[in-house]
Design a protein around this ligand. Structure first.
Ligand code: ARG
Length: 659
């Protein structure tokens, strides 16, 4: 049952006596964060004052007189100017909580209208090493798939691999010119990564050399401008507000100058990386047109050139192995993996259809769709005949609609692609897909300690696999140190410690990612992520293991408790607080699903674990004063274990029985 929904429905009935849009006022009821104001509080009487022209207290009285909540609440109280405070009845709480014990859906009702939701997530560009940016899409997408499934919807997951882009031009070029055959046959993935990096650095090198003069000039000018602005701001003769204005201008100019310097230094670094090594320098000199050549290799692949297509087919399985290893480690699966290449045969028809229907027109040789409200058109075919990312996405959309018949499609993709999706979504109704709900579930960037996009020690974009290894090592140090492990009875074995480190290490990366609102950038700090204190996965796992420890000490199991429990009793505030939190599980899932925001569930689980700890500290379980209290507390702990386990599983995280 969703308490909030029930209360809103009851409030709506009570509000029906007034001539107004009942729903918007009925939704003005919230869980409180202070028991003093009840467990839920409705504050619609205040805004109604203006509508009904009555004192809010009087309105609140009329609402309360009509409000039928006796079955689950104490008599409502009116506080302050007209707040309606609702306190759940203890006997109702006890009954509802104990019912969760033998309910695998943990009080979550079946959806009134089950939808088919297709989730496009992870979708890395293969043929280059997967980096930390991909973790966000993978982890958020997986959690969303899990929550919608748990809520009773039909979910289809599809990994839209970037398996047809320029990165293949890079490794094809690399293979043709630089391959070490024996290295390739021994460890193809490693060799492909090496080739990718090599070609990429040569392309970057020449691009940096070409960009250097302009960057130098920009940096010089910005430095001069900053100096002038600084001098102007220091002029003591000038009075306010001009002085303040100048100060601000100086700050802006300084920022610009720093940014220009940084760009310049970035270029210089790329050049130095090659120049420092005579062999690389020679290589760079003999491949001076590499950027154009790489594009030509890609174009040849797309045109169906036999040799390049053969190489692509040779590389692809190795690229898949590489990403599948990561998915195995993260325990993420997909129903479908239909990459960009799958849609290539359909692209010509898609463009033709747009032209036939008068949606696309030629502009400077390219085929474009001009959409209302957008400055730039959506280009679906370039002048040279090449199709684009948008063309593939449109073909994908049409295919998905036909084959999977979804009601809704979620694209879990970096917020930097929002313009692309805005245009795609604007076009959809014009090609007969107006019935689809299309959502760009966007997310921000993972930052390093310096506040810039995260890099690894080697300076590359943080490689995902080393990152996972580091997390497991950090977890081992933080939660499995020998002293701690020895305290457990029996002491943890090495295998158990490794298992715990794996769960906490991988879990920490997922949990930290999901604990931030997805649209915000966040700073990556392994140390904080694996810590036992704070809003971390280790804290939750510890709470869970503690519960299991109590069951072991009491020589009982969750199943046994569930089979025997008959009633719950509330003797202490901590029991009540914990039980109410458990009853809100369903609400937390609902909130996560509504906003596509896993952090809603993370916050909920953390809060629940904290309440469990307070309960644990205040209410002896095995040493309870009598057996009825003991049974009741065991039951409460068992429901907590169930909720923590189910919640973590939705986040894609396993639990450990001991730590
Ligand atoms: N491969 C793309 C990238 O890594 C993401 C694809 C997202 N999905 C889509 N249908 N466009 O940038």
């Amino acid at each position: 049952m969703r308490i909030l929904e029930v209360l809103q429905a009851r409030l709506a009935i009570a509000l029906a006596q007034f001539p107004l849009d009942v729903q918007s006022y009925a939704s003005q009821i919230r869980p409180t964060n202070n028991a003093k104001f009840g467990d839920y509080q409705a504050n619609c009487a205040m805004p109604l004052k203006a509508v009904l022209n009555e004192p809010p207290h009087q309105i609140a009285e009329r609402i309360v007189a009509a409000l039928q909540v006796r079955d689950l609440c104490e008599p409502p109280e009116i506080a302050g100017p007209g707040f309606i405070n609702l306190r759940l009845r203890d006997d109702w709480i006890c009954e509802a909580t104990i019912a969760m014990l033998n309910d695998d859906r943990l009080g979550v009702p079946d959806p009134p209208n089950s939808r088919t939701i297709l989730i496009d997530f992870s979708s890395p560009n293969v043929a280059k090493p997967m980096h930390v940016g991909h973790i966000r899409s993978t982890v958020i997408g997986d959690a969303l798939a899990n929550v919608f499934r748990f809520l009773g919807h039909r979910v289809i997951t599809d990994n839209h691999l970037g398996d047809w882009g320029t990165q293949f031009g890079m490794i094809i070029y690399g293979y043709k010119h630089f391959v070490d055959e024996s290295a390739f046959s021994q460890s193809p993935v490693q060799e492909l990564v090496r080739l990718y990096r090599l070609v990429n650095s040569l392309v970057d090198y020449h691009a940096a050399i070409a960009a250097l003069p302009d960057a130098q000039e920009t940096a010089d000018q910005a430095a001069v401008a900053a100096e002038q602005a600084e001098r102007a701001a220091r002029d003591a003769e000038v009075a306010q507000p001009e002085r303040r204005k100048r100060k601000q201008a100086a700050q802006t100019a300084k920022r610009k100058s720093l940014a220009a310097r940084e760009t310049l230094e970035g270029l210089q670094q790329k050049i130095a990386q090659i120049d420092i090594d005579p062999a690389m320098q020679t290589l760079a000199a003999s491949h001076s047109k590499i950027a154009g050549d790489v594009l030509r290799e890609t174009a040849k692949l797309h045109e169906g050139d036999r040799e390049n297509l053969g190489l692509w087919q040779k590389f692809l399985p190795h690229c898949s192995d590489e990403i599948n290893r990561i998915y195995d480690r993260l325990n993420v699966r997909f129903d479908h993996t239909l990459g960009e290449s799958f849609y290539q045969p359909m692209l010509g028809d898609v463009v033709q259809r747009l032209v036939d229907e008068g949606l696309a027109t030629e502009s400077e040789g390219a085929i474009c769709v001009f959409l209302e409200g957008f400055d730039a058109p959506l280009i679906v075919r370039k002048k040279d005949g090449a199709f684009l990312y948008a063309t593939t996405d449109l073909a994908t959309l049409l295919y998905r609609n036909e084959h999977f018949r979804p009601d809704e499609i979620l694209y879990v993709v970096d917020s930097r692609q929002s313009d692309h999706f805005d245009k795609l979504f604007a076009l959809a109704p014009q090609v007969g897909l107006g019935h689809l709900r299309l959502v760009h579930v966007q997310f921000g960037t993972v930052l390093g300690p310096d506040g810039k996009p995260l890099k690894t020690r080697s300076g590359n974009n943080a490689n995902l696999e080393t990152l996972l290894d580091d997390a497991v090592t950090a977890a081992m140090e933080a939660v499995c140190e020998p002293e701690r492990s020895a305290k457990l009875q029996p002491p943890l074995t090495d295998a158990e410690r490794q298992q715990i480190a794996n769960v906490i290490g991988h879990g920490a990366i997922k949990y930290a990612d999901l604990s931030h609102h997805r649209t915000s950038d966040y700073r990556f700090s392994l140390k904080k992520m694996v810590a036992l204190e704070g809003n971390t996965v280790a804290y939750l796992e510890y709470a869970y293991a503690r519960i299991q420890g109590i069951f072991r000490a009491g020589e009982t199991t969750e199943a046994e408790i569930a089979a025997n429990a008959t009633r719950l009793e509330i003797n202490h505030d901590a029991e009540r607080e914990l039980a109410i939190s458990l009853l809100r599980f369903s609400e937390a899932l609902q909130q996560m699903a509504e906003d596509y925001a896993p952090n809603a569930l993370v916050d909920y689980l953390y809060d629940t674990a904290r309440r469990y700890m307070v309960f644990n500290d205040n209410c002896p379980i095995l040493k309870a004063p009598d057996s009825a209290t003991k049974d009741s507390r065991l039951a409460l702990a068992a429901v907590t274990a169930k909720v923590l386990r189910a919640g973590l599983r939705i986040l894609g995280i396993e639990v450990v029985p001991r730590m």
